[in-house]
Ligand binder design. Structure first.
Ligand code: AFP
Length: 340
């Protein structure tokens, strides 16, 4: 017997899920939004493309970890005194190479180098980068990330780089973002006109717009802090953590700032790395970790402070300056400030 087909309820292949268009490519998105930049001459667009390209290379290496000899420590330490992992060093090389080749960057500040790299006096931009954050998670297959901040240089193009070019307030960033190497790889960035997220499609080798106009929930129920260090928290921080427990919030701590931040960005929550007895200034770095995420958070409607002051207003006085960080849903960050 011939089965009757209800044509009205059968989606045609063009309208079915499998044929749905995926979002715009990152390239096209950057091009279409180029005129939003204050000095739209194409260099910042190229710089974002260079970052995306380097992140694809790093993504490839991260995905091979375990198969080839790139896991484990190199035997050296970075500026923070952390053991450098092979992938830390590799990611630093990949990003430095891509940004040096592009020619748009005059100086690069990296977690992995003591001093800044003087790249090209004709470049208009300064970039600060943590090439691979959360690297102690590499060997155990847990999400890691890249964090980047882009500034316009203050000194005239063509002249040697000056301290003022490097030590700018986070509020001066012209673009910032992160790459999350997780269950999928995502690039999330802002140029000061909202936040957009792109997911990497490895078989096509392209980032596609998957999270347009991202907004961090105004409030949340997740708190992320390393409670193993609780004995060295100040009393106000202990009180705030107790408040989170009293509210029956959920604790989630990956130990990869990008991954913890991204989860809170989507679900609502607060990430805290406070000043501790061991790290009285906090552990995280202002210039290449906190500023970028603070800029993204604010652009998405969230907030970021060092407990008392807006992160983006802190004027750095050294390259590897540390700060305490409270970042996430606006209401949660504001509440934490009433304790600390
Ligand atoms: P690593 O890159 O050395 O793993 O440090 C990661 C990090 O900077 C940040 O991503 C984590 O949130 C934080 O440190 C974890 O620090 P604790 O291990 O002290 O909680």
């Amino acid at each position: 017997m011939q089965r009757s087909i209800n044509k009205a309820n059968t989606p045609s292949i063009e309208t079915s899920r499998i044929a749905q268009p995926i979002g715009s490519t990152l390239d096209r998105f950057i091009k279409n939004n180029q005129d939003q930049f204050a000095y739209a001459s194409g260099e910042l667009s190229q710089l974002l493309r260079d970052i995306a390209l380097a992140s694809k290379v790093v993504n490839r290496e991260v995905n091979k970890a375990g198969l080839i000899d790139i896991m484990g420590a190199v035997g050296s330490q970075n500026t923070a005194g952390d053991d450098q992992q092979k992938l830390d060093v590799l990611a630093n090389i990949r990003f430095t190479r891509a940004l040096a080749k592009g020619g748009e960057v005059c100086a690069l500040v990296s977690e992995e180098a003591e001093t800044f790299a003087d790249l090209n006096n004709d470049g208009k931009y300064v970039i600060a980068i943590d090439p691979l954050d959360g690297s102690s998670n590499i060997d155990v297959n847990v999400s890691i990330g890249t964090i980047f901040s882009i500034y316009r240089r203050k000194s005239p193009v063509g002249t040697p780089i000056q301290p003022d070019d490097i030590l700018q307030r986070g509020a001066d960033q012209v673009a910032a973002g992160y790459v999350l190497y997780g269950s999928s790889t995502m690039l999330v960035y802002t140029t000061g006109h909202g936040v957009n997220g792109f997911t990497y499609e490895p078989t096509l080798g392209e980032y596609f717009l998957s999270h347009p106009d991202m907004h961090m929930p105004y409030d949340g129920r997740i708190y992320s802090i390393n409670e193993g260090s609780a004995n060295s928290f100040s009393q106000p921080v202990k009180d705030y953590v107790q408040y989170c427990k009293d509210q029956k919030y959920t604790a989630r701590y990956i130990g990869s700032l990008v991954a913890d931040f991204h989860r809170n960005m989507l679900k609502g929550g607060i990430y805290i790395y406070p000043a501790t007895a061991k790290d009285p200034q906090g552990k995280l770095r202002l210039i290449y970790e906190c500023n970028a995420l603070a800029f993204v958070a604010e652009q998405a409607g969230g907030s970021a402070t060092n407990g008392s002051m807006r992160i983006l207003d802190i004027k750095p006085d050294s390259l590897h300056q540390r700060t305490a960080l409270y970042v996430g849903s606006r209401n949660m960050v504001e509440k934490s400030a009433t304790f600390v």
